[in-house]
Design a protein around this ligand. Structure first.
Ligand code: NAP
Length: 312
């Protein structure tokens, strides 16, 4: 066990379903894991209105409610969950060094569950109007658009799921997609096509977000087939065009794939022994609460095994 308060057998970086499940498993092995939450306790699922595909909840469960339950369960067995952000890690030798806003820590093993963040369109006006018409979260910002018309960008599950959610508030949701075919699951496509408040603009990209008096009021659109440009009046644009893994802390220290996701072997092992990864930071494919939680459990079991081996 730790000899000083800054040393821990296991530190978990991130508090989404992967991190909190890893914390539960490690806590039940009496490791008293220390979890640094990052900016958002619970990660992306905390911002999800309802989760309908996590088994055990036949009627669905609120994203925040699920996170609260994960947290309580991990803490019940001795996990320590700290609202703190990791700013640097040094994985060059053991014990590994973890720097946060509050101080410097060391750990014999690490589980990295830093997740991913929404990808940006990177067009003029996007950054300027975040929170003033530009949003990456329907659950967070939908209610500001009660009785208004909004645009959604993207053609995947997120765009359709969030687009459907936004019809609770908006009178019309226009989904702008760069192709003429959706990437989203057939079930969501069917729901969106059947929703009278949803319309589609195909083969089109947003080239600029334009505002007036500090609020978005129109989008500049371009049809990628005809090249024709047009203005689309709207007060809200919700962008759901995929994610970027949060791996900046590990650049040059851990192996990553071409998209920047951490590469993990079958047993959740990264390229540095004793450093494990789980959830979306290491998974560009499944990205579900259940798969992230499963990866978190697996990473914790392997970390427990690793620490047992180290301690003879
Ligand atoms: P995604 O599947 O990667 O889809 C991203 C969408 O954005 C694609 O339609 C893509 O177009 C478009 N796009 C990407 N870059 C763009 C750009 N620069 N400009 C315009 N459009 C752009 O991402 P996601 O929808 O966030 O889903 C991520 C993963 O989570 C998926 O595996 C998905 O199945 C899963 N997910 C599941 C659920 C659920 O099961 N209920 C809900 C949400 C997410 P193209 O199609 O042309 O590439």
């Amino acid at each position: 066990m730790s000899e000083n308060e800054f040393h821990h057998p296991l530190i978990i970086v991130g508090s989404g379903p992967a991190g909190l499940t890893a914390a539960l498993y490690a806590a039940r092995a009496n490791l008293q894991p220390l979890v640094f939450t990052g900016m958002q306790l619970g990660g992306q699922v905390a911002l999800t209105h309802i989760v309908e595909n996590y088994p055990g909840f036949p009627e669905g469960i609120g994203g925040q409610e699920l996170v609260d339950a994960f947290q309580k369960q991990a803490e019940r067995f001795g996990a320590r969950i700290e609202f703190d952000q990791v700013t640097a890690v040094d994985l060059s030798e053991r014990p590994f060094k973890v720097t946060t806003y509050s101080g410097e820590y060391t750990a014999d093993a690490l589980i990295l569950t830093t997740g991913a963040n929404p990808r940006k369109l990177e067009v003029p006006g996007e950054t300027e109007y975040v929170g003033r018409g530009v949003s990456y979260c329907g659950t967070c910002d939908g209610h500001f658009f009660q009785g208004k018309e909004v645009a959604v960008v993207g053609g995947g599950d997120s765009a359709l799921e969030e687009g459907i959610f936004l019809t609770r508030y908006a009178t019309k949701v226009t989904i702008i997609h760069r192709r003429d075919e959706l990437r989203a699951s057939k079930l969501l496509q069917q729901r969106a096509f059947n929703n009278p408040k949803i319309e589609f603009i195909w083969d089109t990209v947003v080239t600029e977000i334009i505002g007036q008096d500090g609020q978005v009021n129109k989008l500049r659109l371009k049809n990628v087939k005809s090249g024709q440009e047009s203005d689309f009046p709207t007060e809200g644009i919700f962008i759901f065009i995929g994610h970027i893994p949060n791996t900046e802390l590990f650049v040059g220290q851990l192996e990553m794939d071409e998209q920047g996701y951490l590469v993990v072997a079958r047993f959740m092992q990264t390229s540095v022994p004793g450093v494990f990864a789980a959830g979306e930071v290491a998974d560009s494919h499944f990205r579900q609460v259940i798969t992230s939680a499963g990866m978190g459990a697996a990473a914790a079991m392997q970390a427990i095994h690793f620490l047992e081996e180290q301690n003879g």
